[in-house]
Ligand binder design. Structure first.
Ligand code: DQA
Length: 152
């Protein structure tokens, strides 16, 4: 069964209560359940991970290097982490970058991302829907890969 990783960076464990006017009221557990159920309908396994520590995120990603696709909200590490960028490049898993808020409408330091130029695509400002759209994209991506492998 193909595997999709869902990784959330620092402070996203506080979703639901953290600045709800910016990030909404859905908890991280609810987001993880919704993404996993979208993927399950297509017989795709979902592994989720959240950490506030850059090293833990990097180590976990290294351990999951066989996965087929990555849904990544790097949180504040979006704007700071060459280490996490290098880890994503190092494992070579195709990925979509997700942000609940529209980072381009916010403070200038949030306009810079260490991930957008290496992602297949990025979704920002669509709230929880962004995660679900990215999960649907992952389904299409994996199906296309499977059909091109079976025809070759
Ligand atoms: C975020 C945007 C980041 O700038 C911020 O540091 C976050 C969340 C988002 O989902 O909108 O923690 O990635």
């Amino acid at each position: 069964m193909p595997t999709v990783l869902l990784i959330n960076g620092p402070n996203l464990n506080l979703l639901g209560s953290r600045e709800p006017e910016i990030y909404g009221s859905t908890t991280l557990k609810e987001i993880e359940e919704q993404v996993a159920s979208t993927l399950k309908k297509h017989e795709i396994n979902c592994k989720t991970f959240q950490s506030n520590s850059e090293g833990e995120l990097i180590d976990w990603l290294h351990e999951q290097r066989e996965a087929d696709f990555l849904l990544l909200n790097p949180g504040a590490f979006t704007h700071t982490s060459v280490g996490l960028r290098d880890a994503v490049l190092g494992v070579g898993i195709p990925f979509v970058e997700i942000h609940l808020s529209n980072v381009h409408k916010r403070e200038e330091f949030r306009h810079q991302s260490y991930f957008s130029d290496i992602a297949i695509g990025a979704l920002a400002g669509l709230g929880v829907k962004g995660y679900l759209l990215a999960a649907e994209f992952a389904v299409d991506f994996i199906k296309q890969k499977e059909s091109s492998q079976s025809s070759s």
